[in-house]
Ligand binder design. Structure first.
Ligand SMILES: *[C@@H]1O[C@H](CO)[C@@H](O)[C@H](O)[C@H]1NC(C)=O
Length: 348
């Protein structure tokens, strides 16, 4: 009895310990949280607090959406913002639940929590100079990176520290490479943990907003391409054809290997998590499975990104399906399957 209990808890713990971003895997799942895009204001399909989703072992990476302004930083987390209180002297709020949940998601569930900067409403247009960009990056790091001794710094997540940053710019931005490079070097200088940098370009290449950063200047770990709302999206995938005409994962694979500053960058298939979740381009079932199988033939393939969490939870079975579509190729999912097999054998 004791042995079986021990095996069960080992089986329960191992997959969790193995969750989180894996730069060598092709089965990562990243899902944006923060915008309550399914737009319910009550009930179970309303966006729930972060820790509720972290308990799901299929998720690896959760970008928090969004930091909507940079120069005078301001966050927007839709209904989750109602659980935060204003920090005087700033446009930020303090979110005790997020302080607790980020720590719990990281240490209990092994999730990688990023802060996503930008979003559709971001309108600052970047920075007037590269030195202004560097100053802004230092400021963002002091607010969301490791807490220093200066208690006058507003800290929305208190003592919790994000695992990196995501750039989701949808309009033209100036001097952004200097901002990205400064954040990257601040992250690299802190060897206490691994930090990640990601970007969410739209699928037309080169990306109008993120282009200069992606063009051999900033070293990204992950780039999740939004394969929706555009001619190059999921709906253009032609089944059974090794050469795709409009669906352009191959273009992004070539970018990864030939143009990206980090030639080992992972490219994710960015998809809507529900019908209408991100405008147009939702696919499911065998069509999506085939698109994932095709995308996996590119060595840069890193997994699937979905927009967004509330839409995903309203689309029963979709996360399990995507997870199954990704299964089998990654050491992570193989390891958790092996553990389950062992546990089953032990209890048989
Ligand atoms: C807000 O706080 C309430 C009460 O603790 C909690 O039930 C709810 O999940 C929180 N909502 C979000 C979106 O974080």
């Amino acid at each position: 009895m004791h042995l079986i209990t021990a095996l069960f808890s080992a089986a329960g713990l191992l997959p969790l310990a193995l969750a989180g971003a894996d730069v060598s895997a092709s089965s990562n799942i990243a899902v944006y949280w923060g915008q309550n895009s399914y737009d319910q204001s009550s009930g179970p399909l309303e966006q729930q607090r972060l820790s509720y989703y972290c308990a799901n072992s299929e998720l690896d990476i959760i970008p928090l959406a969004f930091l909507i302004t940079i120069s005078n930083p301001e966050l927007n987390f839709a209904n989750a913002g109602n659980n935060c209180t204003a920090i005087s002297g700033s446009n930020l709020f303090y979110c005790p639940q997020l302080e607790a949940d980020i720590a719990e998601c990281q240490s209990t569930y092994g999730k990688t929590i990023l802060l996503s900067i930008g979003g559709a409403t971001y309108s600052e247009g970047g920075f007037s100079s590269s030195s202004a960009a560097v100053t802004a990056a230092n400021n963002i790091w002091s607010i969301f990176g490791p807490a220093g001794s200066d208690s006058s710094i507003p800290r929305p997540f208190g003592t919790s520290v994000v695992d990196g940053f995501d750039f989701d710019f949808e309009s033209t931005v100036s001097n952004m490479p200097a901002f990205g490079n400064q954040l990257r070097s601040l992250m690299n200088a802190d060897t206490s943990k691994t930090y990640y940098l990601s970007a969410a370009p739209q699928c037309p290449y080169p990306d109008a907003a993120d282009g200069p950063m992606l063009d051999d200047s900033v070293s990204f770990d992950f780039v999740w391409v939004q394969f929706y709302n555009n001619y190059c999206g999921l709906q253009s995938y032609v089944e059974g054809s090794s050469t795709q005409n409009n669906f352009d994962f191959n273009t992004w694979d070539t970018w990864a290997k030939e143009t990206s500053a980090n030639k080992n960058v992972k490219v994710f298939l960015g998809i809507p998590a529900n019908q209408g979740a991100a405008g147009s381009g939702y696919e499911s079932g065998s069509t999506l499975a085939n698109i994932i199988t095709y995308s996996k033939t590119f060595s840069s393939f890193g997994g699937v990104m979905m927009w967004d969490m509330s839409q995903l939870w309203a689309n029963s079975g979709f996360l399990d399906a995507v997870s199954a579509d990704l299964g089998g190729s990654s050491s992570k999912r193989e390891a958790s399957k092996t553990t389950l097999r062992r546990a089953k054998r032990a209890t048989a």
